[in-house]
Design a protein around this ligand. Structure first.
Ligand SMILES: Nc1ncnc2c1ncn2[C@@H]1O[C@H](COP(=O)(O)OP(=O)(O)OP(=O)(O)O)[C@@H](O)[C@H]1O
Length: 598
């Protein structure tokens, strides 16, 4: 079923369907054209929720507020100031976007339940403002006389727009917006939205700034809702506060969820269902929202990926470009005179627990350093401090010829300091290739507009990055899995995918947190190969690992931590003989070549 309907998403088929729909409107009844126009408004609204919730993972229970801002904004500007339709619609979208941008400052600080409550509050405030600001909005009586095709008062450059022409204009704009959204979602910016959705810490680790990315998601989503509001206002010719109440926000959310979040076809399918459903539900008029609730519950249980997940194949999250051959790798030469990294006298406490106590570590370019010690000795904490997740209470982290201390994690990643996590943090719905492409985030030069318009420069950069990704996938032995979603892969392949993502970022320093855990012999061999490749490129590598055999083969030096203090620095051979290390970590029974299960 899914594959047989794939053709419906092909560009020529979609274009032919759109033209057919535009022509069909000429022959359809007035009420049919009216419903089709409502459907298009719903498509925009559902896409708007999808960008925020399905793609960037931020819930909104107040989206009707943005719809209302666009609707009243566009209607008032045209009615009172005589702005032409295109400008009024754009102004409505800009006003909605500005509202989303403002809300994002508060919303970006909270998550889940609190975010839901905050956006709900925004929707309620908007509703009350519209009701009470009678002089501007007409209050509960509403705003009538909004230029509209049904009243025959809507003009465009001296041409009177009838309902059919209005539908055709809306269709063209909605098709254009969805095309732009598709290009945007398959660009590094769209993938960054998904990265934030899954794990803000992992997104930060590849250079995605969480606050700015969330702000962009709110602004874009609210601008789309504002645009939907403008089209709605001129479609109906009358605005009242009841249209923009809580029920409208919930309806928009249900529409996107039932259609399928995270895809572009899902909101279209959801909009079709929820434009026609209210008519069919007339018999249950009083219970309409109970029925919506039931549909939502059933959809979560039976269609977790919505109608789009049931009917259509998985969408792509990268551009459909031909990979360009990657440039030959150029080994790094350090720009600073000192070591590549030096953490000096670093300390941090958690509720009185001294997790790191005056710890100092240095690392040269092209050096592999093993970081070992018993559980809870502070290894991950040190990596978290270097990567900007924690700020040390004392001490300084120098990198190359600058300082990392105090920089947020995404800024550290942008300097070329990359890491993996104990539990691989990937986007589960992305394929291996798409996850690896996420690593390129810090390197892309294209701007969001160029990405959304598929400009040649942006496509060329995508093709170059794809070529580099393919080469890394081949090196990691993942080429045959490149098109597999990572949620379907075993742990070992996920770890290799995460490391490949790091390599694509062109790192200068890589920190790997227990990369060998759970890997088979073959996978360990591949992992060792990738780490040696990094070394050969002049990349510094810090390896947190309990697998002594694996460390023995790779590292130049080890640093041993115990209770947050450095108790040993030097070669592996010396470590086995060091009494402090033996007492704290290895135990008397451990010999070179054994794994330590601390
Ligand atoms: N965010 C935090 N809040 C409270 N305590 C923390 C936090 N992060 C680390 N710790 C504590 O700091 C100590 C060091 O933890 P850390 O994770 O760095 O150890 P580790 O050496 O990496 O251990 P493992 O080998 O088990 O990963 C532990 O006691 C841990 O509970």
């Amino acid at each position: 079923m899914r594959n047989s309907l794939t053709f419906l998403t092909r560009t020529p088929v979609v274009a032919a369907l759109l033209v057919a729909l535009g022509v069909a409107a000429e022959f359809a009844s007035g009420s049919t054209v009216q419903i089709w126009s409502f459907l298009l408004v719903n498509v925009l609204l559902a896409q708007s929720i999808n960008v925020l919730t399905g793609v960037a993972g931020q819930i909104s229970l107040g989206h009707a507020g943005f719809l209302g801002i666009g609707a009243y904004g566009s209607a008032l500007l045209m009615k009172n100031l005589g702005l032409p339709l295109p400008l009024a619609l754009v102004a409505g979208a800009v006003m909605g976007g500005a509202g989303g941008w403002l809300l994002s400052f508060a919303a970006g600080r909270v998550r889940e339940f609190y975010l839901a409550m905050m956006t709900l509050g925004f929707g309620m405030i908007f509703y009350e403002v519209v009701r009470e600001w009678t002089s501007l909005t007409g209050g509960v009586v509403g705003l009538s006389g909004v230029p509209s095709p049904s009243l025959r008062t809507l003009m465009l450059f001296g041409w009177r727009i009838d309902p059919v022409a209005y539908f055709q204009i809306t269709l063209a704009v909605v098709a254009g917006v969805v095309w732009l959204l598709r290009n945007f979602i398959t660009s590094p910016y769209g993938r960054a939205f998904f990265a934030i959705h899954v794990s803000e810490v992992a997104a930060g680790s590849i250079g995605v700034p969480r606050a700015a990315t969330k702000r962009n998601a709110y602004t874009l989503s609210a601008a789309l809702a504002g645009l939907a509001g403008g089209f709605y206002a001129h479609l109906v010719g009358y605005l009242g506060p009841e249209t923009f109440g809580l029920h409208r926000s919930v309806e928009a959310l249900v529409m996107a969820v039932v259609g399928g979040l995270g895809t572009l076809t899902g909101p279209v399918l959801g909009a079709i269902v929820f434009t026609y459903l209210p008519e069919k539900l007339q018999v249950f008029a009083e219970y309409q929202f109970m029925v919506y609730g039931l549909i939502l519950l059933l959809s979560f249980v039976l269609l977790p990926r919505g109608l789009a997940g049931l009917l259509l194949p998985r969408p792509r999250f990268s551009k459909d470009v031909e990979a360009l051959p990657p440039p030959p790798p150029v080994p790094y030469t350090a720009t600073g005179t000192g070591p590549l990294l030096s953490a000096e006298g670093v300390s941090i406490s958690f509720l009185g627990l001294r997790a790191l106590d005056n710890a100092s570590v240095t690392l040269g370019a092209g050096e592999i350093l093993g970081l070992v010690g018993p559980n809870g000795s502070g290894k991950s904490t040190l990596v978290n401090i270097i990567s900007g997740i924690y700020r040390p209470g004392d001490g300084v982290v120098r990198f190359d010829d600058g300082t990392l201390t105090g920089l947020p994690d995404h800024a550290v990643a942008r300097r070329g300091v990359l890491r993996t996590f104990q539990d691989p943090r990937l986007v589960p719905s992305f394929t291996v290739r798409e996850n690896v492409l996420l690593g390129g985030h810090r390197l892309y030069q294209q701007n969001p507009l160029a990405a959304a318009l598929n400009l040649p420069g942006a496509l060329r950069e995508d093709a170059e990055m794809l070529g580099r990704a393919e080469a890394i996938l081949a090196m990691a032995g993942l080429s045959h899995l490149a098109d597999t979603p990572v949620r379907d892969l075993p742990y070992g392949d996920q770890r290799m995918t995460e490391l490949s993502r790091v390599i694509l970022a062109n790192p200068r320093l890589v920190m790997l947190d227990e990369p060998a855990a759970g890997l088979s012999e073959g996978e360990l061999h591949k992992l060792g190969g990738l780490i040696r490749h990094l070394k050969a490129q002049g990349v510094g590598v810090i390896l947190i690992e309990h697998h002594m055999d694996f460390l023995n083969e790779l590292v130049d030096r080890v640093v041993v931590l115990d209770s947050g203090k450095v108790i040993y620095q030097g070669g592996m051979a010396g470590m086995y003989r060091d009494p402090a290390v033996v007492a704290a970590y290895l135990g008397t029974e451990t010999h070179p070549g054994e794994s330590v299960h601390a």
